[in-house]
Design a protein around this ligand. Structure first.
Ligand SMILES: NC(=O)c1ccc[n+]([C@@H]2O[C@H](COP(=O)([O-])OP(=O)(O)OC[C@H]3O[C@@H](n4cnc5c(N)ncnc54)[C@H](OP(=O)(O)O)[C@@H]3O)[C@@H](O)[C@H]2O)c1
Length: 292
């Protein structure tokens, strides 16, 4: 593989895209190009082909995705186009151009029936359209023999866009009491931590790190919590006076079914790329400091 000089980041307006953009000043050796749906619409195969006729990159970080988990149940074709077919096309383009493809996937490829953290080779069984289309994206990359790294992550939040932390801060100000699900357990991921790790992964490949193609990794912050614990901690750390009551998933029906348990085992990515991953409460504090 050639040295990595040019990097394309898709999904520039999303949480991870914006978190990567914030790291550009510290990563000057690379030349970054950021695209949103206006420059590169991943729901349109012809536009993707036309874009890559004009532009080539040494690495592509695919942060774009159809991420509206509930809405995907009503828009399966669009979710399929962005999360599967576009990813397949990106993998084929990466293979043709000898580029490294870094792709982000999800804990929702699992059914949540485990009670031990999921490793990369655990049985997959997505429970909703979003998870199904994301899994097909992963598999399409693995079937294409392109140089690639697939990172499954979970419960992403940041100072950008819409996410659980920002929703809780808004609702915590508006209401005196909130009901939060306590029987879905996972680990939050601060997008800034993931962004930093992705750039370390690129550095490792730049320095000659070799692995099998389409290698899967799991990444979240350290620790475990429920949405109830997550909300309680957001309020505690930001001194918001809002009572939180635990409820069960069955008391908060949503169009998409979600896994009860989706804690990811991160041993492989930590070992392979020598990553130190922060504890989720420490990263939450860092994000809250930025939001102040
Ligand atoms: N958020 C989570 O909790 C979570 C959990 C597990 C895995 N992940 C995965 O992590 C990655 C990053 O997630 P995120 O939280 O940063 O997502 P996000 O904030 O929802 O950003 C996704 C981006 O994709 C863009 N996009 C959507 N449709 C597009 C299209 N047709 N063409 C081009 N761009 C399009 C969106 O553009 P607009 O801004 O124009 O809408 C948005 O900027 C995704 O692969 C996601 O599946 C996320």
């Amino acid at each position: 593989m050639p040295k990595i000089k040019t990097i394309l980041v898709t999904g520039q307006n999303g949480q991870l895209g914006q978190s990567l953009k914030a790291l550009v000043p510290q990563n000057q050796p690379y030349h970054f190009t950021f695209t949103g749906r206006n420059e590169l619409d991943l729901s349109d195969a012809q536009k993707i082909a036309a874009y890559f006729k004009q532009n080539t990159f040494d690495a592509i970080i695919n942060c774009a995705a159809y991420t509206a988990v509930d809405k995907a149940e009503a828009e399966p074709e669009l979710a399929e186009a962005i999360n599967h077919l576009a990813v397949k096309q990106l993998a084929e383009i990466a293979q043709k151009n000898d580029s490294l493809l870094i792709h982000i996937s999800t804990d929702y490829v699992f059914d949540g029936t485990s009670c031990r953290p999921y490793s990369e080779d655990a049985a997959i069984n997505p429970q909703n359209i979003y998870g199904t289309t994301k899994l097909k994206g992963e598999q399409a990359i693995q079937q294409t023999a392109c140089d690639s790294v697939i990172i499954r992550t979970s419960w992403v939040y940041s100072e950008y866009g819409n996410n659980f932390v920002k929703t809780m801060l808004r609702l915590g100000d508006e209401r005196e009491q909130l009901n939060l699900i306590f029987d879905q357990v996972g680990t939050p991921t601060y997008a800034a931590d993931l962004a930093e790790s992705i750039l370390k992964i690129i550095d490792s490949h730049q320095n000659g790190f070799k692995q099998e193609k389409g290698c899967l990794y799991h990444y979240s912050n350290e620790g475990v919590c429920s949405w109830y614990d997550f909300a309680k901690t957001i309020f505690e750390l930001s001194a918001v006076q809002c009572a939180v009551s635990p409820i069960e998933t069955k008391d908060y029906p949503t169009p998409a079914k979600r896994p009860y348990y989706s804690v990811l085992n991160k041993a492989k990515i930590k070992q392979q790329y020598q990553l130190n991953i922060p504890y989720w409460k420490d990263s939450l504090q860092a994000c809250l400091n930025k939001l102040k």
